[in-house]
Design a protein around this ligand. Structure first.
Ligand code: GCO
Ligand code: MN
Ligand code: MN
Length: 389
């Protein structure tokens, strides 16, 4: 019998070149794994069953490559995509690792750095478009401060807005048909990053010239670093029609960005997330922006990648089981029961409705008696996840 947790193209599981290609370098230690070429990574991803591969401009083409080298690299990458059937749904720009960006890119105090960042982003967009990417991610790696003595957040907002407006026009004028997805993170590598949460990004998007072209790319670890409920952030983005992409990984609470294998730590939160994505019919990439532990060798990196996808599919099956569980559904029906008596006040406002609602006398004590069996319901979810249901 075929493995029912086998990834298939319709699951849209993607990884960045920088994820399975991560060499285990951290702020305290050197690389522990050999670097893989982009072509090797494409083959690795095809072997484990992924659907697509994403990249930063310089994951694929080194920053100092000549145009001849760029051409050779891109054509060998294209050949690997053809050989394996993988596609490139998303691309992005590295606007943080070079020292020129140490005070930010689009929000640097230096106008020349801001102009250089814009140039680098346009070239990155060209590269993404050439490989078929339809989503372009903006993660503001260094867009922030350690001290507010030297930068006015209003200037930073204005510069960031101008940059995105410029790039939206660039996208239109070149007919690329891309959507932009903004990725929030509260801190790291800066002390404080601007627009630190998905909610903040959503507010900012409405101030752009082309808000319809711009959405968000929420990441599990980043909302959890801020102590927030990730699924709620995703739901807000979905409700606003802005869930253009998603970065799946895991994290142990508010501390450094751990980018762990999806679902390895917060299983229950991961379950509610997968259930949400499947319930609403999210059809974008399920991108694993995670990397293997520093202790992993090359074989264990494959186990990491397989694990991300397998856990997603197991949780998807659990979401089906939640939907089919008669006890769970009976409790939910009880919790949400509605005798229809309040419909006369809901919906569109009218003075009559308002007056009638103001006059109505509610039996507060009776309302407070209604049971909310969340303990029983939650225990059923736990038992479902623990495999005894
Ligand atoms: C992080 C970020 C990055 C971005 C990536 C795309 O873990 O700090 O998530 O991985 O997603 O650089 O821009
Ligand atoms: Mn991260
Ligand atoms: Mn990310």
């Amino acid at each position: 019998m075929a493995d029912r947790y086998q990834p298939r193209p319709e699951h849209k599981f993607t990884f960045g070149l920088w994820t399975v290609g991560n060499t285990g370098r951290d702020p305290f230690g050197k690389p522990v794994r050999d670097a893989l070429s982009p072509v090797e990574i494409v083959h690795l991803l095809a072997d484990v069953g992924a659907y697509g591969v994403n990249f930063h401009d310089n994951d694929l083409v080194p920053i100092d490559a000549t145009s001849g080298e760029r051409e050779r690299i891109v054509s060998s990458f294209k050949r690997a995509l053809e050989d394996t059937g993988l596609c490139v749904p998303m691309a992005t720009t590295d606007l943080y690792s070079e020292s020129v960006f140490r005070d930010g890119a689009f929000t640097s105090n230096d106008p020349k750095v801001r102009a250089y960042a814009l140039q680098k982003a346009m070239r990155g967009i060209d590269l993404g478009a050439e490989l078929g990417a339809k989503v372009y991610v903006f993660w503001g790696g260094r867009e922030g401060t350690e001290t507010d003595a030297g930068k006015n957040p209003l200037d930073a907002s204005r510069w960031f807005r101008e940059a995105l407006n410029f790039l939206c026009e660039y996208n239109i004028s070149h007919g690329y048909g891309m959507n932009f997805a903004l990725e929030a993170k509260p801190n790291e590598p800066r002390g404080d990053l601007y627009l630190p949460t998905t909610g903040a990004m959503l507010g900012f998007i409405s101030t752009l010239d082309h808000p319809e072209m711009v959405g968000v790319n929420p990441e599990v670890a980043h909302e959890q670093m801020a102590g927030l409920n990730f699924m709620h952030a995703v739901a807000q983005a979905w409700d606003a029609g802005k869930l253009f992409h998603i970065d799946l990984n895991d994290q142990n609470g508010p501390r450094y960005d751990q980018d762990w294998r999806f679902g390895c730590h917060s299983v229950k939160q991961a379950f509610f997330l997968v259930k949400f994505l499947e319930d609403v019919g999210y059809s974008g990439s399920r991108h694993f922006d995670a990397h293997a532990l520093r202790t992993s060798d090359a074989e264990d990196v494959r186990a990491f990648a397989r694990g991300c996808m397998r856990t997603y599919l197991i949780l998807k099956e659990k979401a089906d089981a939640f939907r089919d569980d008669t006890r769970i559904q009976a409790l939910l029906a009880r919790i949400t029961e509605d005798d229809g008596n309040t419909t006369r006040w809901t919906g569109t406002y009218s003075d009559e409705k308002a007056e009638s609602l103001k006059q109505h006398s509610f039996d507060r004590a009776a309302l407070a008696l209604r049971g909310q069996p969340y303990e029983e319901l939650d225990q059923l979810v736990v038992e479902l996840l623990l495999g005894v249901r």
